[in-house]
Design a protein around this ligand. Structure first.
Ligand code: TYD
Ligand code: MG
Length: 467
């Protein structure tokens, strides 16, 4: 038999290399490539003769469909993110930075499910029983019937959860601590993590128990990240948030049983995570309505409108190359808006530092925020505060035209609900509601916006030249 060559696998993305390299060819990360034994992996039994295949029955695409059987936690924000509860027999990966609150969320979910009469097993590989108990007490989950084990060996875990009555939900916290006797690699490597996750998924499919797997996002690449198992599980949720802020967002990035653009919003308190049913109020919490450079963006997260404040500070630079610092938005997108403002609106920002911040530590991913960003920038440069009761949304194209975006009616409805009576939006927006009390200004180009804010284009230019 030919001796198998060892492989060098990136712990970040799983790309296999034939030799060691400093920088992964797959994801471009440095120092993430580790030597692993391919014989230790899944389905790599030593030199087995392949068995003869057995034909399976082929079937038509049409036919009876059963609704996926789900278990609801009753925590509305969590149920929303999972698409209506955990699906029996499926595996869900919950990723996130260490310390963001994954264990807290899952302990609360476990307690809620247990109160509803489900059999829940929580397997902690990171914390000792006493530590988990302490957290459970703090979360008022200690009096529930959640069953707890502190174990990291895959075979032992499977033997434990497979014993007795079938569990409704098993939580594995975390996949990076799993290790199997069958895989010949160090714990935390791609091979070990994949072998462990594979075994857990197999258990879920065989027994119909729902499986929740926790994975830490890793930057250093010393241990495998959750991305290396994303393709194996049925749903992937990421728990995000800024350490400096209390709010946390559970974002769906993959879901075989539901929509992928949903979010659940939580707030971390001293008694655990609290649901936030109206995120807009949270992100607009501490507004200073009179200061220039702040624009309220009427955004969408999945099916749900979210109002958030975009703050800009434009100040003359003392450096050769002006600074561009951005928190919560895409830097390439900002460069584009700045270029369009320069090219089509005569707004010169080449001698100005630009700071852009999205309030509350929130991260905007929609291009519809272009108009709000441009408004905040122009407002800061001109030193003119925008109307306090106005929201902005629309996509800016390179020609300076404002393009319509989806969900106009929903954005405006949310704005009205929160007391905003004006909106600046793209001309030709499709589902503009008729006969509502608000004042909607439709604009079709960025120069229109600049002229609106500065009173006249000339006034803004004069001010710009003064500096
Ligand atoms: P944890 O759930 O342990 O994070 P993860 O499992 O994602 O690593 O949460 C850790 C942080 O949450 C920790 O810094 C303390 C904070 N926390 C609270 O603020 N309130 C609470 O009630 C709990 C349990 C944790
Ligand atoms: Mg944890």
């Amino acid at each position: 038999m030919v001796k198998p060559r060892t492989q060098f696998i990136c712990q970040n993305c799983g790309t296999a290399h034939s030799r060691w390299v400093g920088k992964c060819e797959g994801c471009g990360e440095w120092n993430t490539v580790v030597e692993e034994d391919p014989m230790g992996g899944i389905g790599s039994g030593p030199g087995k003769v392949p068995k003869k295949g057995r034909p399976v029955a082929l079937t038509a695409l049409s036919g009876e469909i059963e609704e996926a059987p789900r278990i609801h936690t009753g925590i509305a924000e969590l149920d929303r993110a999972t698409g209506g509860g955990f699906v029996r027999g499926s595996a869900v990966l919950i990723g996130g930075d260490p310390g963001i609150g994954k264990s807290t969320l899952l302990m609360q979910a476990a307690a809620a499910l247990s109160r509803r009469g489900h059999r829940i097993i929580y397997v902690s590989g990171e914390e000792a029983v006493a530590q988990v108990r302490l957290r459970a007490q703090r979360l008022h989950a200690a009096e529930t019937d959640v069953l707890l084990a502190a174990e990291t060996n895959v075979e032992d875990i499977l033997a434990t959860v497979g014993e007795g009555k079938r569990p409704d939900l098993v939580i594995i916290d975390s996949i990076q601590t799993l290790w199997s006797d069958t895989a010949d690699a160090a714990p935390g490597t791609v091979t070990q993590v994949r072998t462990g996750v594979q075994a857990m998924i197999r258990f879920a499919k065989q027994t119909g128990a729902a499986m929740v797997l926790v994975g830490h996002v890793t930057k250093e690449g010393q241990i495998a990240g959750p991305r290396v198992v994303e393709h194996m599980v049925d749903a992937v949720l990421y728990f995000e948030g800024d350490r400096g802020h209390h709010y946390r967002i559970l974002r769906t990035v993959k879901n075989r049983f539901g929509p992928t653009d949903e979010i659940g919003v939580f707030e971390m308190s001293d008694k655990g995570l609290r649901e936030v049913n109206n995120p807009s109020e949270l992100f607009l919490g501490e507004r200073n309505e009179k200061s220039p450079g702040a624009a309220v963006f009427a955004g969408m997260e999945g099916t749900r409108p979210v109002l958030v404040e975009v703050q800009a500070l434009v100040a003359p630079t003392s450096l050769g190359t002006p600074r561009r610092a951005i928190v919560g938005w895409d830097s390439a997108r900002l460069s584009m808006i700045l270029a369009v403002l320069e090219a089509h609106c005569g707004v010169r920002l080449g001698q100005h530092d630009v700071y852009l911040n999205v309030a509350g530590g929130y991260r905007i991913t929609e291009p519809a925020a272009d108009l709000a960003v441009a408004s905040a920038l122009v407002s800061s440069l001109a030193g003119l505060a925008l109307p306090a009761d106005c929201v902005y949304f629309g996509e800016v194209s390179l020609s300076g035209a404002i393009r319509p975006v989806a969900h106009t009616a929903q954005r405006l409805k949310e704005a009205e609900k929160l007391g905003f009576s004006q909106a600046v939006l793209p001309a030709g927006s499709a589902d503009l509601p008729k006969g509502t009390g608000g004042r909607w200004s439709e604009i079709d180009s960025l120069p229109d916006l600049v002229a609106r804010i500065a009173g006249s284009k000339a006034a803004l230019k004069r001010e710009d030249e003064d500096v």
